[in-house]
Design a protein around this ligand. Structure first.
Ligand SMILES: [Zn+2]
Ligand SMILES: [Zn+2]
Length: 304
């Protein structure tokens, strides 16, 4: 077992044991990439998910006006079995979605528009994602997200109930399995437990360390989701904080050899590039390394 020093909130150095092989031993804090990367957002939606407005071209128009060089449309993926259709497009909308993104590419050739989907990692859907979406349809990437967590034989809403340690454990196990599939360019809002837990606790430390170790081992970037800055704040004894991104999680992340991607998670065209500065500031504050194109599996795309 190695030892290393890590930064604490009050600036003192603390020596802690290194228990995961994925943890680095030489650079407690990676330098943040400077200058900031080309303005990019890889997480946005369209009206088809039934809780967003606007179509692909509306987001791309706003992103282009805002100076973005690369923009990814990643609406909630349809389920072949029609599950949770109230928060995602239907299967018969997939063709129209694909065409809408391709039309946006044509309308704004000055900006690299990427075609993507945000997916729940239901194991029975993986072949669909791999063979149909990434394969036959040649989507550029998939976002892995756990809005639902498998627990006690059913899928439960991940926005609530993470005070239950066993449910939290199921969530972190689910994220780790998701990363190991190799299907996903990055994992959306890994700290979504901040929606239902008020105070940081030991269970969160343990589960977060497992998530972070898996991200380090698999090389899958984690998303600092700026959409959380636009949600209501969580009130705590120490004051208010965003539900996510939760700074305590990203402080832990600085102990690991992980990369992060900052996204707006836009559900309205006006939010095409919203709150990205806050997300980058959080990454910089914790000394986190920004994912580059290769980390995201986007080798042919320049994300300088
Ligand atoms: Zn959504
Ligand atoms: Zn999303």
């Amino acid at each position: 077992m190695f030892e290393q020093s890590t930064r604490t909130d009050n600036g003192y150095q603390l020596v802690i044991p290194v228990v995961h092989s994925a943890r680095h031993t030489t650079h407690p804090h990676y330098p943040v990439n400077h200058p900031r990367p080309t303005l990019t957002n890889l997480h946005s939606h369209t009206y088809r998910c039934k809780h967003a407005s606007g179509d692909a071209v509306d987001y791309v128009r706003a992103a282009h006006a805002g100076g973005a060089a690369v923009y990814g449309i990643s609406d909630h993926a349809p389920m072949p079995d029609g599950r949770h259709s109230d928060v995602r497009m239907d299967m018969d909308e997939l063709d129209g979605y694909e065409q809408a993104v391709r039309d946006a590419q044509t309308a704004f050739p000055e900006i690299t528009v990427l075609l993507a989907l945000e997916c729940e990692d239901f194991p029975e859907n993986r072949a669909f994602y791999r063979e149909e979406i990434l394969g036959r349809r040649e989507f550029d990437y998939l976002v892995g997200a756990a809005h639902y967590t498998p627990f006690e034989g059913a899928w439960h809403n991940s926005y609530i109930g993470m005070n239950n340690g066993r449910f939290l454990r199921a969530y972190s196990d689910h994220l780790c399995a998701m990363m190991e599939t190799g299907l996903y360019a990055f994992i959306a809002h890994p700290d979504i437990f901040g929606c239902s837990v008020t105070q940081w606790n030991q269970n969160l430390t343990e589960c977060s360390r497992d998530i972070l170790a898996a991200a380090a081992m698999t090389g899958v970037p984690l998303e600092i989701n700026a959409g959380g800055f636009r949600k209501s704040q969580r009130q705590t004894a120490q004051g208010s904080r965003p539900q996510y991104p939760w700074s305590a999680f990203w402080e832990l992340a600085s102990d690991y050899r992980v990369t992060v991607v900052c996204n707006s998670d836009a559900h309205h065209p006006d939010d095409a590039l919203a709150n990205l500065d806050q997300a980058y500031d959080l990454a910089a504050f914790h000394g986190l390394t920004l994912a580059e194109a290769g980390d995201l599996g986007l080798d042919s795309i320049m994300l300088v």
